[in-house]
Design a protein around this ligand. Structure first.
Ligand code: B1M
Length: 235
């Protein structure tokens, strides 16, 4: 909806908007938690020939950025942020199968989860989607995953890469607990460990004994692809 010169609300017809205005509208719709509109906008951009990765980056991820800033600054609160996250997911659900299809041959396998105590999954799911798009088979453990879940999935799926996500400073240390668990089982050197999440950095990854910190999904894909292609030399 928007106001016309008389102050009355006008219905915005998404299909009538040119690409740039549609993308701006989608940023507003993510911010306002309007899942149906984000779903529609995502479909329109795909129908107009946008690659799924571009829709993801320019319409959805860019739409979520001000949500993070306003949550941090106390302008938005948990319920609004949840709605925005759901709206973003409405678009991601459409993009996921398309991005998964783009990878032709399986490049490798990844087990990924958000660590125990942490329910943030938007970034982790983005990483999982991008990895699938790059041709990896991904086993997604969801959120609040404990050591036993990680070790069980590693044993069952024998992944090349173990990925962990944490968005809270209080849950970051749990990544080390998982790595220590792998060490204890004598399997640490059989798998690469990549970690990510907004509060992490290279130094932290090094300290806990991970192979690398990935600042975003694209870096995770690059790093995983590089490590797997070199794995003959390393593992
Ligand atoms: Co939360 N939250 N939250 N939250 N939340 C943050 C993280 C926070 C920074 C907001 C703030 O205060 N500024 C803050 C953490 C402060 C800190 O510890 N440093 C915070 C807090 C405090 C909390 C609660 C404690 C709030 C409360 O209840 N008082 C609570 C904790 C709940 C819990 O987990 N136990 C909480 C709850 C929530 C919601 C449930 C409301 C919701 C999560 C919904 C969901 O995920 N399903 C939520 C959200 C949405 C956010 C913000 C606004 C956005 C996070 C997000 O999705 N970003 C966030 C503020 C912010 O980040 N600016 C905030 C978009 C996403 C695409 O980015 O996750 O960073 P990101 O992922 C990136 C990279 O980091 C990287 O790639 C991704 C894509 O490029 N990456 C990886 C991530 N994981 C990776 C794994 C890899 C590789 C790369 O493996 C190989």
């Amino acid at each position: 909806m928007s106001n016309d010169v008389t102050g009355n609300e006008e219905e915005i017809v998404l299909t009538d908007l040119p690409d740039d205005e549609l993308v701006k509208q989608m940023h507003d719709d993510v911010y306002d938690g309007l899942a149906e509109e984000v779903d529609e906008g995502t479909r329109i951009l795909l129908e107009r020939g946008w690659p799924a990765a571009r829709v993801l980056d320019e319409a959805l991820v860019a739409g979520m950025t001000p949500v993070g800033v306003d949550f941090r600054d106390g302008i938005l609160f948990v319920p609004e942020v949840l709605l925005a996250a759901r709206a973003m997911k409405a678009g991601m659900v459409i993009l996921k199968p398309i991005m998964s299809r783009t990878g032709v041959k399986p490049v490798g396998k990844m087990v990924i989860g958000t660590v125990k105590g942490d329910v943030h999954d938007i970034g982790k799911n983005l990483v999982a989607m991008m990895m699938e798009g790059a041709g990896f088979e991904v086993v997604n453990l969801g959120v609040d995953a404990d050591i036993e879940e990680f070790l069980g999935a590693i044993e069952e799926h024998q992944p090349d890469i173990v990925g962990m996500s944490a968005l809270l400073t209080t849950t970051m240390p749990y990544m080390k607990a998982v790595i220590d668990g792998m060490q204890k089982e004598g399997i640490r050197r059989k798998h690469f460990v990549l970690v990510g999440g907004a509060p992490l950095n290279d130094e932290f990854a090094k300290t806990i004994g991970a192979d690398a910190y990935c600042r975003d999904a694209a870096t995770a894909v690059e790093m995983a692809t590089k490590l797997v292609s070199q794995s003959g030399d390393v593992l």
